[in-house]
Design a protein around this ligand. Structure first.
Ligand code: GLC
Length: 416
């Protein structure tokens, strides 16, 4: 149903809020590139010929892949959704697509529908499944090459209409064969930065909403949201930051936000990349994202045998322990009415303000610039110990007990 006034479907508020409530998701970058163990861009970065690269598929047999083992772990980590690379820039499809033989069933000896198994396992664990889907394709000769020139396509074979039809056929499969899908997560549109290139998003987005009205749409185009996009994406940065250089000119929009991040430096499995952020550092990013009103989508790059790197497993369990104890202050919250401070961030649920002290406080007190609002009560989240506070002209000063050795010292404040 559409509310004719704006062309925005009626269920929009509900599905966007449900998404925001989930707060924490796992991103999975997995494909035949994992075999080369040098990230998901290896085909492009090493200018590998498409025919030679495609032969990798003949050896893809992830003998230790167990979707249930993955989703059990994700659940234990406290994640509420999973975003899976159904087809990355290399053009290889990880499901039983009929739109091209270049897929897990036809081109590999594995012949198991990985997307299907994951969808089933997600359902069993009540995890929402989102699909990453690349707009760019280095393999198909009908795709019109743009800015990524290392795997060039012969202009004579370029056929945008054919490629567009192919994408929509694939999206139709993904949205009609695997149960309810939480979101389609597009990527790669930046391959054509020219204004005159028409991706025909409106029609594509309408197709998605027609097939699954509750499916959200997000697009990692590094710009401000377009049309009916339901959430805004930030790559390797929290909303409002641009340390990685992907946020461009985009302003933080008034729609749900999601920050995606790697645990080390690469999305797809990289055998030499051991630059893992610590478990505590990842918790810090997750909590800070929540304080900035954003979901946190944390990546894992499974190995070619189908197992997750040990470092990733360890960190997920660490986050899981934190969320088990502190989840109430994260799930279902929104960024708090106190903006980020030197000491940390706040999240909020109704009249309850969760104060996340992420940094060392020197003088045993924190100040919350809270104007127009008064606090009724402040206590520690873990023990429920009442804390002293003083209402001042520009806000509230809270007096802390000795700060525990924990990544996030959470307080609960009730507002009048
Ligand atoms: C970038 C990369 C891509 C990765 C994505 C995840 O757009 O091109 O490889 O999947 O970021 O955010």
């Amino acid at each position: 149903m559409m509310s004719i006034a704006q062309g925005i479907p009626d269920n929009t508020t509900r599905i966007r809020e449900e998404f925001q409530d989930r707060k924490f998701g796992i991103f999975i970058h997995w494909g035949i590139y994992s075999m080369l163990a040098n990230g998901e861009w290896v085909m492009h970065n090493r200018s590998l010929g498409r025919d030679e690269y495609a032969k990798l598929a003949g050896g893809f047999f992830p003998s230790r892949f167990d979707a249930r083992e993955w989703t059990k772990l994700f659940k234990e980590a406290g994640a509420q959704y999973v975003t899976f690379t159904s087809r990355h820039h290399d053009g290889f499809s990880m499901w039983a697509t009929k739109a091209s033989p270049y897929n897990i069933m036809e081109a590999t000896p594995f012949k198991r529908d990985i997307v299907g198994e994951l969808a089933q396992a997600c359902q069993e664990q009540s995890l929402k499944l989102h699909f990453y889907y690349s707009h760019m394709d280095w393999q198909r000769t009908d795709y019109p090459t743009g800015w990524c020139k290392n795997c060039p396509h012969d202009p004579a074979t370029t056929d945008w209409d054919s490629y567009y039809r192919f994408m929509n056929n694939q999206l139709t499969e993904l949205l009609t064969s695997y149960g309810p899908i939480g979101a389609i997560w597009f990527d790669g549109m930046w391959d054509h930065k020219e204004k005159e290139f028409d991706w025909r998003l409106e029609e594509q987005y309408a197709l998605i909403k027609r097939l699954q009205p509750d499916c959200l749409i997000g697009n990692n185009h590094h710009g401000s949201p377009i049309g009916v996009e339901d959430f805004q994406l930030f790559e390797q940065d929290l909303p409002g930051q641009n340390t990685a250089g992907f946020s461009g000119e985009q302003k933080v929009a008034q729609i749900p936000l999601e920050t995606c991040m790697t645990m080390n430096n690469t999305w797809g499995y990289d055998i030499t990349d051991k630059a893992y952020k610590s478990g505590d550092e990842l918790i810090r990013r997750l909590v800070t994202a929540a304080g900035l009103n954003a979901n946190f989508l944390l990546n894992v790059g499974p190995r070619p045998d189908g197992k997750l790197p040990e470092e990733a497993v360890e960190r997920l369990l660490h986050i899981g322990r934190f969320l088990k104890a502190n989840g109430e202050s994260i799930y279902g919250t929104r960024g708090g009415c106190v903006p980020p401070q030197a000491w940390g961030v706040t999240t909020q649920k109704g009249k309850t303000l969760y104060i996340h002290i992420l940094n060392k406080v020197e003088d045993g007190q924190i100040f919350l610039p809270l104007t127009g609002k008064k606090l009724k009560k402040v206590s520690t989240f873990a023990e429920g110990t009442r804390l002293e506070f003083r209402q001042e002209k520009d806000g509230v000063r809270i007096f802390l007990p000795s700060q525990p050795e924990t990544v996030d010292f959470v307080l609960t404040a009730t507002m009048k």
